[in-house]
Design a protein around this ligand. Structure first.
Ligand SMILES: Nc1ncnc2c1ncn2[C@@H]1O[C@H](COP(=O)(O)OP(=O)(O)O)[C@@H](O)[C@H]1O
Ligand SMILES: [Mg+2]
Length: 213
């Protein structure tokens, strides 16, 4: 059993997108998944409702928790599932700290943009503090909404690689409309028709790196 939080303190980085895609992919490969929506905006919960309407069921279990109940309820519920994925929401909140304290891994998507990279110092501080309580926490960063090419990707990558505490994965996810389209249809990009092969390849590569397969 592993608990993975999709975290970071920048709204719009793609946390909910990554969390829901991973939850579905984990379910599709036969695992019993709990998706915890730890953001009071409730985007993951909204997504799960749309998915249920369209498909009849989500395939994973979805609950919304806030604040320290993410730690208490999360710890109580997690042994009942093979995988727990927590969508932590976009700020340094009690919710995000509670999630980081019980997680094995935190995945932090960064858009290759200055506003996102400028949050890096605060993210390091947040992780540092949580690591004093949860030493096992592994921190993984990667680019989401990456450009097809260009300097911004390179600069963002360099900034992320500089943080020794973090493991930078060079498996970027591009800025691809299919992620947004799939979300509106209550599905992951691996289910979405017509298939966006590049998006599918990228999310599958990320998935394999995270789940070590
Ligand atoms: N790789 C991507 N390519 C294109 N759009 C994306 C990508 N990742 C996320 N988005 C879109 O960006 C917006 C913010 O993503 P979201 O997952 O809600 O971010 P967060 O949960 O971090 O606030 C959404 O409209 C989503 O569809
Ligand atoms: Mg979100």
């Amino acid at each position: 059993m592993s608990i993975i939080t999709i975290g970071g303190i920048k709204g719009g980085a793609g946390k909910t997108t990554i969390a829901t895609n991973l939850a579905i992919m984990r379910h599709l490969s036969g695992h019993d998944v709990l998706l915890i929506d730890g953001d009071d905006q409730g985007s993951a919960t909204d997504f799960s409702s749309v998915r249920t309407e369209i498909k009849g069921s989500t395939g994973y279990t979805s609950i919304q928790l806030t604040g320290s109940s993410i730690r208490t309820q999360g710890l109580m519920l997690s042994p009942k599932y093979e995988d727990v994925i927590i969508d932590a929401g976009g700020r340094d909140t009690t919710s995000q700290r509670a999630a980081l304290i019980i997680s094995d891994v935190v995945l932090i998507p960064f858009n290759p943009r200055s506003f996102d990279i400028w949050t890096l110092g605060k993210v390091v501080q947040l992780i540092d503090e949580c690591k004093t309580v949860n030493q096992k926490l592994k921190v993984i960063t990667f680019l989401n909404k990456a450009d097809a090419l260009g300097n911004d990707n390179i600069e963002a990558t360099e900034a992320l690689k500089e943080i020794e505490l973090f493991t930078y994965l060079d498996t970027s996810i591009g800025l691809r409309k299919s992620f947004a389209n799939a979300a509106s249809d209550g599905c992951s990009v691996v289910e979405q028709k017509p298939l966006d092969k590049k998006a599918v390849d990228e999310i599958k590569t990320l998935y394999r790196r995270i789940y070590d397969i």
